[in-house]
Design a protein around this ligand. Structure first.
Ligand code: UDX
Length: 429
């Protein structure tokens, strides 16, 4: 089949490359010349493990075409996926301007019969707006069906998630579109949920929000455990062993971040509000989440007293390991709160420093974890990168001014660090 993706972010680029690898002829359309020129050379705008090699392989095989032009890709395609960003605006609603503007360009370039499908997470109801645009601008003899095929991939494990998803959701009432989309996804062995557009969209929002809820639940239990003197990590381990609950997404920490959970929880609250429903459950999920950032600062004050002039090393900047994505990363809030208290910040991340530098943060960057610990009064682990698990703490202790560590992801053994002479503080422990 011939398939076009509009957008080359985590969703667009990964899914396009995987579909090319299945043997499809794939167009990827962007709007920044520099990024498209780079992609043609195999230089990616994002960091995702394994993706660079897969892009190069499929570029070499002539199955991946990066372009700024909607023609001929859209006209030749069986399916055109919209995979552009829908960042939140100040009200919490998703910004649909890019989705709507690309819909117009797709519509103008349609020919014969094409399925236009959204991969971007868009609020229920957007389908009507997009269909109206496609209908009003398309050439007379062109025909299309509209579908929602939400994406569930995670950054850092995006290729594997695309190849082995828990389910494929296809939202369209049109039988012909259902058949073509099922055929396109045939190489992926997963249960297929066929449903309406509205239901497909709400599956995506509801799944992400539930995972965010699980994390906020874990964070609330961790906080309560600290207050009661219980071991929150053990509590959550014990809870997660119940198969009805499951142990995934139950790790307490500095709160969820990234481009999906914060945005989708806000959008769900806002969707409810539009219909007169106050989704207090998710308002609490958000409150608990952002309180976790503040908790790190409270712990820092408990250790150091006045933070003014204190040197604090931050290990990890991206919102989670194996990505350079800084969107809604807990590190940003934590750093800004510490700076407000007068602390002097030095930070290190294995991959995300270049992206962090695009955010106005008044901090210094270290060249590695040891450089970050040098003369520090406190070291805070924010992102659980694998390389931080192998740190030589004997060496770190000789470098730090005071051996204080806050382990916001509970990756270290408290007893080991205490034996080495560290003042160790985790989350829920
Ligand atoms: C998420 C969804 O998992 C994915 O299905 C959807 O398509 C996009 O959004 P992603 O944002 O890439 O994926 O990352 P994910 O691994 O889900 O982590 C999200 C955030 O939750 C991170 O900040 C992570 O550190 C945090 N998290 C995750 C926890 O704090 N505790 C956990 O137990 C799990």
């Amino acid at each position: 089949m011939t398939v076009t993706f509009i957008g080359h972010g985590y969703v667009g680029l990964v899914t396009a490359t995987v579909f090319a690898d299945f043997g499809n002829n794939v167009y990827v359309i962007g709007h920044t010349k520099e990024k498209i020129d780079n992609l043609k050379k195999g230089i990616l705008p994002i960091y995702e493990p394994g993706l660079s090699e897969l892009v190069k392989k499929n570029l070499g095989a002539g199955r991946l075409n990066f372009t700024l032009d909607y023609s001929p890709g859209v006209a030749e395609s069986d399916v055109v996926f919209i995979a552009v960003g829908t960042p939140p605006i100040s009200t919490g609603d998703a910004d649909l301007s890019t989705v709507l503007s690309v819909a117009e360009k797709i519509g103008k370039n349609l020919k014969n019969y094409t399925i236009v499908a959204t991969k971007s997470t868009v609020p229920t109801g957007t389908n009507k707006k997009v269909q109206k645009i496609l209908e009003s601008v398309k050439p007379k003899n062109a025909d299309f069906s509209y579908a929602s095929v939400p994406e569930f991939l995670r950054e850092g494990t995006a290729i594997d998630d695309t190849l082995h998803p828990d389910r494929i959701v296809i939202g369209t009432n049109d039988k012909r579109a259902q058949e073509i989309l099922i055929k396109l996804h045939e190489p992926i062995k997963a249960p297929v949920v066929i449903t309406t557009f509205e239901t497909a969209e709400l599956i995506k929002y509801s799944a992400n929000s539930f995972l965010a809820l699980k994390i906020s639940y874990a964070n609330a239990i961790a906080k309560l455990s600290e207050l009661l003197g219980a071991d929150g990590v053990k509590v959550l381990d014990g809870v997660g062993m119940d198969k009805r609950i499951g142990n995934l997404f139950l790790s307490p920490g500095p709160g969820y971040g990234g481009s999906c959970f914060p945005k989708d929880v806000r959008a769900l609250i806002s969707l409810g509000k539009d219909k007169g429903y106050t989704f207090t459950l998710f308002e609490d999920v958000e409150n608990i989440n952002y309180q976790m950032r503040r908790e790190i600062v409270i712990k820092s004050r408990n250790i150091l007293g006045d933070l003014s002039g204190k040197r604090i090393g931050i290990l990890g900047l991206s919102f989670k390991p194996n990505t350079d994505d800084m969107r809604d990363s807990p590190a940003i809030d934590i750093i800004n709160l510490l700076i407000n208290d007068g602390a002097e910040i030095v930070a290190y991340d294995p991959i995300a420093i270049e992206n962090a530098k695009k955010i106005p943060l008044s901090i210094n960057y270290a060249k590695d974890e040891y450089d970050c610990a040098k003369d520090a009064d406190l070291l805070i682990l924010v992102t659980d990168w694998n390389e931080f698990k192998k740190i030589d703490f004997k060496k770190i202790k000789t470098l730090m001014k005071k051996p204080n560590i806050i382990d916001s992801r509970n990756i270290y053994d408290p007893e080991n660090l205490k034996k080495l002479g560290f003042n160790y503080v985790g989350v829920g422990r």
